[in-house]
Design a protein around this ligand. Structure first.
Ligand code: RNT
Ligand code: ZN
Length: 422
């Protein structure tokens, strides 16, 4: 579409929103400023570069679309390309298996910031913050699917060291980039079939985590988070770090609690949990994901749940307490397109939330006029969001509409096709 038409559309949209008391320019500024942490692992199917190769831990990236990033340089180039097509404030969320250990072969209990030097330089040059994840899976030191809760003391000790190293690395990231690094702990530990003892692994898990979190860091550099999960593939019957375990741990140890949209019972939504949890946990980390029938990690779609999550954050003013991260890995379609679609959707939902005529809705609610409340909620759905989004993309110098796809196709021809299949 012609630029002048996009600008005309924006002016008309501003009038329509203005009639319901919405300041569109302010809404755009707000939605633009909220960071979205893009997960590196969409680009390499979570295979990593530290030599292990096979994904374990009850998670899976299905498909073998050509062009998987096989090196850290390829992954950074892919992220650069994807990020150039997405508007708004971005961060990048790395997994420790993205370490570059080629020069000096070290294991995960000895990782240090030097193994992430290229990542740090890359992020610094782009002015973006980094988040980080220890990798408690895909490794010969796993005891089946057990790590920090293993019955074997040696196994636990190895993974405790890994957790400590990852916090040190995260603190270095946060210090160097002047933006706190969120280090998210997720462990697959659990059983395929009914356990005879559900308590002992939880005691061991809490003890291991306490060891890892002994060292205190400046919260301006590092924030710790613990992610819960209901079940995994081959871990259907019991997960050590369940919702109740992780929430209790986070509240008592004063760390962040991580809600992954795919980690709950099928009719349970994480959007419904934010305002219930925040009075008790200071901060939350979100793994915005889309489970289809199970925790399948499909590309984030602009569906009701995504909109509800962003409404909760923006309409309640939680943008400083809720850190937004994405977590999905689809290998069946172009991987860069997965980043672009999912991250643009998350940003769209933030913008739509900021454009909600919430003052009028709350006024109706406070006066007990639920008829008006429902009428406004429904009418707001057909306000001209599209022209505001297009104008925002134009002003952010990223492609308008589906034009970004041409750029992805060109990159596919010129770069990805040379890499071949996964
Ligand atoms: C697994 C968790 C976890 C991982 C990442 C790769 O079910 O969601 O967050 O997806 O650590
Ligand atoms: Zn997750």
């Amino acid at each position: 579409m012609k630029e002048s038409r996009i600008r005309e559309g924006y002016e008309l949209a501003k009038e329509a929103y203005g009639e319901l008391g919405v300041d569109v320019d302010a809404a755009v500024r707000k939605a633009d400023s909220i960071p979205i942490s893009m997960h590196s692992w969409q680009g390499d199917d979570l295979i990593g570069f530290d030599g292990v190769g096979e994904l374990t831990g009850g998670i899976a990236a299905t498909g073998n679309y050509p062009g998987r990033a096989r090196t850290a340089d390829e992954l950074r180039a892919d992220l650069d390309k994807a990020m150039s097509l997405i508007p708004g404030t971005k961060r990048v969320n790395l997994h420790s298996c993205h370490a570059e250990t080629a020069v000096r072969k070290v294991d995960r209990d000895a990782y240090a910031v030097e193994h992430f030097r290229s990542w740090l330089d890359w992020a610094g040059a782009r002015g973006i913050g980094l988040d980080f994840n220890p990798t408690f899976f895909s490794h010969p030191r796993m005891d089946g699917d057990f790590s920090l809760a293993s019955r074997d003391a040696g196994t636990r000790a190895f993974w405790i060291e890994h957790g400590k190293r990852c916090r040190e690395i995260g603190a270095e990231f946060g210090k160097a980039l002047k933006s706190p690094c969120i280090v998210n702990f997720w462990m697959p530990d659990g059983y395929k079939d009914t356990p005879a003892d559900t308590a002992a692994p939880r005691t061991r898990m809490a003890e291991s985590l306490d060891r890892i979190f002994e060292r205190k860091f400046d919260p301006a550099h590092l924030r710790d988070a613990l992610e819960s999960k209901l079940f995994g593939l081959g871990l259907e019957s019991y997960t050590v770090a369940s919702h109740e375990f992780s929430l209790g741990y986070a509240v008592t140890r004063k760390i962040l609690y991580t809600l992954d949209a795919g980690h709950f019972h099928p009719t349970e939504t994480i959007s419904a949990k934010l305002s219930a949890l925040l009075p008790f946990v200071g901060e939350l980390l979100l793994h915005v994901s889309r489970g289809v029938r199970w925790d399948s990690d499909h590309v984030v779609s602009w569906d009701d749940e995504l909109q509800n999550i962003m409404n909760e954050i923006v309409l309640n003013g939680y943008e400083r307490q809720v850190r937004i991260g994405l977590d999905y890995f689809d290998a069946s379609i172009n991987r860069l397109a997965c980043w672009v679609i999912g991250t643009r959707n998350a940003r769209k939902a933030l913008l739509a939330a900021a454009l909600t005529p919430v003052a009028a809705m709350r006024k109706a609610e406070d006066s007990g006029d639920y008829t008006t409340r429902l009428a406004l909620i429904e009418e707001a759905k057909s306000l001209p969001f599209g022209p505001v989004w297009d104008h925002y993309c134009l002003e952010s110098s990223v492609p308008v509409g589906s034009d970004w796809l041409d750029e992805i196709r060109r990159y596919e021809r010129e770069v990805l096709s040379a890499r071949g299949r996964a």
